[in-house]
Design a protein around this ligand. Structure first.
Ligand code: ADP
Ligand code: MG
Length: 350
């Protein structure tokens, strides 16, 4: 079992409050991801769960037991760091078995658990090597292996893939997803990368300035962002935002365009959000607004067009890579009305 409950958790460093009252229930077996910009408090919150950082106020429960003031070793959680933190003078096998050895496990037990973990992580043929003779991805696997052998109630990962190059990151992302399926244990995973969050998470926790902005499945956050911050943090390229006003069941954009509101209750909106993939390029005058394409970026599968729409600002539009390069052209932009997002003056969804 490995449910984790955070109740009105706060962290103060002296006079500075870094975690500002976080409430969260993590289910046993769930892979939950804390995502947010650098400095928003992700690592601090994770370290509080681990017991590496003292909790100033509030409670942390593990399987219903209050562990707020327990030391890390009493929490039965394993942490995997971005820096790997392997012992350079020990072999892969010795690194993986180290915690068991210090806990007084027998040689036979250590060998059995290390063999099993090495098998799970495809490290069997490297057990006698030193960390310096491994690639970055292999080192990260050893760090994970060291966590696995302890059979913890849950795993805590702090940006485990940030030191890897892009293609290895994709491989390791897949490995972690596979590992989560096979171990079926609770994982709390910190990243600043929304793609990592979207692809791995059962649920994502979006943090900003030490507060939760929204908790939900990747699809929830993409389809129903509750505020402008989440709307623009999740999804790449990020959601276009433009000033609008509403009247009756219609919305109006600066410069004249507009349309019927998909939902008549969305009165009072002053900002309209449209994702780049929910806009199409049409003839000038045939869409909600017109603009001049400043740059067309060709990515193979996609084009990203950056369109100057005057009073509405610079808009990003995504089309298929098989479409045309539009650089320099005046175009119309047609919105997929059913997929628009409306926000009030307080940046909250309406
Ligand atoms: N030991 C510390 N003393 C003072 N401030 C700290 C300490 N550790 C972290 N902070 C501050 O807490 C905030 C959150 O940091 P952190 O949790 O590392 O953010 P993240 O992991 O999201 O990038 C930052 O403003 C950081 O400067
Ligand atoms: Mg961090």
């Amino acid at each position: 079992m490995g449910s984790i409950s955070l109740q009105s958790v706060e962290k103060w460093f002296g006079e500075v409050q870094v975690i500002k009252g976080v409430d969260l229930d993590i289910q046993d077996g769930e892979l939950i991801i804390f995502v947010g910009p650098s400095g928003c408090g992700k690592s601090t919150l994770l370290r509080m769960i681990a017991g590496l950082e003292e909790t100033s106020r509030g409670k942390i429960l593990l399987d219903g037991d209050d562990v707020t003031h327990k030391v890390p070793s009493e929490r039965e959680l394993s942490m995997v760091f971005q820096s790997y933190a392997l012992y350079p003078h020990l072999s892969v096998g010795e690194n993986m078995g180290f915690a068991l050895k210090t806990a007084g496990a027998s040689k036979a037990e250590i060998a059995e658990k290390v063999t099993l973990a090495a098998d799970t992580l495809k490290l069997t043929e490297y057990l006698d090597r030193r960390p310096k003779d491994l690639s970055g991805g292999q080192r990260q696997r050893v760090a994970i292996g060291r966590a696995i052998v302890r059979k913890p109630k849950g795993f805590l990962f702090d940006e485990p893939l940030s030191n890897l190059d892009a293609s290895l990151r994709v491989d390791m992302r897949f490995e972690i997803a596979r590992l989560h399926k096979s171990l079926a244990s609770t994982m709390v995973y910190v990243t600043h990368d929304q793609v990592e969050a979207m692809t791995l998470a059962d649920r994502i926790v979006v943090l900003k300035d030490g507060q939760i902005m929204q908790v939900g499945t990747p699809r929830d956050l993409y389809e129903n962002p509750q505020n402008v911050f989440v709307a623009q943090f999740i999804g790449s390229p990020k959601m276009n935002l433009m000033p609008c006003r509403t009247d009756g069941d219609q919305f109006f954009l600066a410069g004249g365009g507009g349309g019927a509101l998909p939902n008549a209750s969305q009165i009072g909106a002053v900002q309209l959000g449209a994702r780049p993939e929910h806009m199409g390029v049409v003839d000038p005058g045939a869409g909600q607004c017109d603009g001049v394409v400043q740059v067309s970026e060709y990515l193979g599968a996609d084009y990203f067009h950056y369109v100057d729409c005057g009073p509405l600002g610079l808009m990003t539009v995504r089309t298929a890579g098989s479409a045309k390069d539009l650089e320099g052209q005046t175009v119309g932009l047609k919105f997929d009305i059913s997929r628009l997002h409306f926000f009030g003056a307080d940046d909250q969804r309406v």
